[in-house]
Design a protein. Structure first.
Length: 192
């Protein structure tokens, strides 16, 4: 087609309300690590599984800030269902206290999670031969404990981050200008 035959009289209707503009890059690969996140969505897709709550979390700090990852958990089927342990971790990760959660039966809904900060362990697809990404909600204490063990492992390369950012770099807790003990102290952990 030559330039003269191009249609420049096109038009159509579109509704872009609530649609985010592209950021100019596709989703980044997020490496294995420990991340502070914000729960950005919690929903059930009844067409796929009406018993499964899907969580979208957005990394809150470091170079992967803004990257979204997804996980899901089934609702408990009984008072003894072991999935309750994972729900407890998700609730504690989002800042609910033991006193609140040990008060007896509670009611939870999307608003129990959405816009709340949380802590996660993330492993990309293919790590340890896994077909899917791994995303685990961690309590703040478990996050700090596992992060400390991760940093103490000599096989783990020490990540670096933005100066002054406790969870900078790849979100795993070390910063370029502080020692591991300084980072652990900022997280409220006594270094040994």
């Amino acid at each position: 087609m030559n330039e003269i035959e191009m249609d420049r009289s096109w038009n159509f209707n579109i509704n872009v309300s609530g649609v985010a503009a592209p950021t100019g890059f596709k989703a980044m690969e997020v490496p294995l690590g420990y991340y502070k996140v914000t729960v950005s969505d919690a929903y059930i897709n009844p067409e796929r599984n009406s018993n499964r709550v899907v969580f979208k979390v957005t990394i809150a700090e470091g170079p992967y800030e803004g990257q979204v990852r997804t996980t899901g958990m089934n609702k408990p089927n009984s008072a003894e269902d072991k999935v309750r342990h994972y729900w407890r971790a998700a609730l504690e990760s989002c800042g609910y206290t033991a006193a609140e959660l040990d008060a007896g039966g509670i009611s939870i809904a999307p608003t129990s999670f959405i816009n709340r900060s949380a802590y996660i362990y993330f492993a990309p697809k293919g790590h340890n031969g896994k077909q899917w990404e791994t995303l685990e909600f961690l309590t703040e204490v478990d996050f700090a404990r596992r992060l400390q063990a991760h940093l103490a492992d000599p096989k783990t390369a020490a990540p670096t981050g933005e100066t002054g950012s406790v969870l900078g770099g790849n979100g795993m807790g070390t910063v370029a200008t502080t020692s591991k003990n300084d980072v652990l102290a900022k997280l409220g952990i006594n270094a040994k």
